[in-house]
Design a protein around this ligand. Sequence first.
Ligand SMILES: C[S@@+](CC[C@H](N)C(=O)[O-])C[C@H]1O[C@@H](n2cnc3c(N)ncnc32)[C@H](O)[C@@H]1O
Length: 238
Amino acid sequence: MTSHATPETQDDPSSPTGTHPFLIDYPLGKIVAAYPSGIIRLYCHIRAHILRNRILAEVGQYMPSEGGVLEMGCGFGLFGNAFALTRPEATFTCVDLNERRIGHAQQAAEKLGIKNVTFHAGNATELITSQPQQQCIYMLDLIHHLPPDSVTEFIRTCWDHVEPGGKLIVKDVADRPWHKCAFTWILDVLMTKGEIPNYLSVNQFLEHFDALGAQVSVHCLDDYLPFPHVLYVCRKPR
Ligand SMILES: C[S@@+](CC[C@H](N)C(=O)[O-])C[C@H]1O[C@@H](n2cnc3c(N)ncnc32)[C@H](O)[C@@H]1O
């Protein structure tokens, strides 16, 4: 795993348990087991391997341990539930376009007794405008599913909804290396039944974030699996 761009300074150095957030062990197996349907458990099991603990540690180290956290495009809520379970002092709001996914996410949270997360069905690009400012807004593999002409305004609106001193965290896939990009493209087209994903290059993402005046760190989350994961952490000055 390699890190690029601005050297990172950790500004949320401990979770309520005193463990450095990079070391949190996300109980993904337990969360996957809480989904009622076998097909969804299989999907979440695969997803939990793609974004497994090693990758979640990279993302999660920037996630606050308290305050409001908003996840856009949460899918079945696997990661929203994982972050909420390990950060009981933070309040998570998770949004996805797909009502069925939201229903399953909510059921899993109830089964696991996770009280600090709520799930809402709706279009992230519209729902964001009605949200209060948050300590953190994050999204995992959402941006490349949005209509290309909505991305600039969506990123800007999310940024406007981050509190001073808070963060916008974006995990997406890059357009390089080409073989990983091609594999991810095929999988995305199959999973979405024909929607064409819009992968932005690292440069394109940085242009978006620079225009916001964000302090940005970029991590290329190299992995043996064929996904060109890239993590962007945008800090809003106080
Ligand atoms: C690749 S999945 C990622 C799900 C989850 N973040 C994860 O990492 O497992 C992309 C998700 O974005 C959702 N999505 C796509 N467009 C959306 C929109 N405009 N508003 C909210 N969710 C959206 C899809 O329904 C899907 O669940």
